[in-house]
Design a protein around this ligand. Structure first.
Ligand SMILES: Cc1ncc(COP(=O)(O)O)c(C=O)c1O
Length: 387
């Protein structure tokens, strides 16, 4: 008998079409490899996607975008920024770039998102901003967070790395009354440019500061330099900026990925519903859904093993891998990592919901190129372990 080895099924893969490939080739042939006309067009189309009156600033990662946004709203040395421990380290590390301090607040036991009820007691005279993270693509309770920010005169920078497209009370994340929203286009995200990100803001001064700091603190970017009527060699440095600009090669991907954002979301939503139905009787807690009428971006499909599961979370992931199915864990909470633990003297029990969710969480494969057979394979493997 011939054994047919099935290919390993990863937990995420990008969905790149011929349009993206042709656009990249067009950029390569055009000579505009770095920030140029396609980045500008991607910014314009992204801003229009979010709504009227917004500006979009393309960057080379969400990490870069979060850093720029915090700097632009005035976060500086000694300031405190409230955020969640249930995130990727980028969310908090950018606070440290500015010599400010993240203050972690525990998450909601069910949604994985920041619990607004716990934010207020963490506010001090040094608190400058809040960074909510829309975990997996489910919006945080933004009405409560924005109300708190108004009450205490705090800035709100949304980490929307997972949240394109996500809605909150009928409005797209990005179009709410926060100070900036930052998206990630990393290879596993809902739309991708390989590496990349976007900052969306309403305030033109904040937008301008992000633009200047994105490219070495130069008051005009390379594209403007070559298209402006001033001498092309002339520029002025007004601050010690960063090198965070997006390339036209990356923007070539983004232009076409953005057009598919809603189509991708629909597909992800269908796949999530398929998993929900297939797992309804198993000893797992299924992911939270958006409230009726709102959209979940379904960047991730995260199940949590309950106490009646026959195996531990770690063993579950090993058994899935033995069957050729890749899983991941989002996230190892920040307070368990040596840097954050030691820098702020944090104990595992300081954030009990984050800890408990982490111990139970598994991200299952969810990407738009998965076939029905791929999904059946995941379901068979999960059911085989947990039934
Ligand atoms: C919640 C969150 N914030 C920020 C980032 C950073 O994104 P990027 O890789 O584009 O810098 C990530 C990346 O995975 C993330 O998951």
């Amino acid at each position: 008998m011939v054994m047919v080895e099935r290919a390993f099924l990863p937990f995420a893969l990008p969905d790149i079409g011929e349009e993206e490939i042709n656009e990249v080739v067009d950029s390569l042939r055009s000579g505009w490899l770095t920030t140029g006309p396609k980045t500008k067009r991607f910014e314009e189309e992204f801003a229009a996607f979010i709504g009227d009156g917004f500006e979009a600033i393309a960057v080379n990662s969400a990490t870069a975008g979060l850093h720029l946004a915090l700097e632009a709203v005035g976060v500086g040395p000694g300031d405190e920024v409230i955020t969640t421990p249930y995130t990727f380290t980028a969310t908090a590390e950018v606070v440290r770039y500015l010599d400010a301090n993240p203050v972690f607040v525990d998450t909601d036991a069910v949604t994985f998102n920041l619990d607004p009820a716990k934010i207020e007691s963490a506010i001090t005279s040094r608190t400058k901003a809040i960074i909510p993270v829309h975990f997996a693509g489910l919006a945080c309770d933004m009405a409560s967070i924005i109300a708190l920010a108004r009450k205490y005169d705090l800035k709100v920078i949304e980490d929307a790395a997972h949240a394109l497209p996500t809605t909150c009370s009928g409005q797209l994340i990005g179009a709410l009354d926060s100070d900036a929203t930052v998206y990630s286009f990393y290879a596993t995200k809902t739309i991708t440019t390989g590496e990349g990100g976007m900052v969306v803001v309403r305030n033109p001064e904040v937008a301008n500061r992000c633009r200047v700091m994105r490219l070495h603190g130069i008051s005009r970017d390379a594209f403007n330099r070559y298209t402006s009527t001033k001498p092309s060699w002339h520029y002025e440095v007004v601050a010690p900026g960063c090198k965070y600009n997006m390339t036209d090669v990356a923007a070539s991907l983004g232009l076409h990925q953005l057009k598919k954002a809603w189509q991708f979301q629909k597909r992800r939503e269908e796949m999530a519903a398929f998993y929900d139905a297939a797992f309804a009787d198993l000893p797992i807690m299924l992911p939270s859904h958006a409230p009726t009428g709102d959209t979940h971006a379904w960047h991730l499909y995260v199940i949590r093993l309950t106490d009646s599961a026959p195996v531990t979370r770690d063993r579950f992931i090993e058994l899935m891998a033995e069957q050729g199915v890749g899983c991941s864990v989002h996230f190892i909470p920040l307070h368990l990592h040596p840097y954050w633990r030691d820098r702020y003297n944090l104990k595992p029990s300081d954030f009990p919901n984050a800890l408990e969710n982490y111990q139970r969480a598994v991200s299952l494969p969810l990407f738009t190129k998965m076939t029905a057979a791929d999904q059946e394979r995941v379901v068979d493997a999960v059911r085989g372990i947990l039934s």
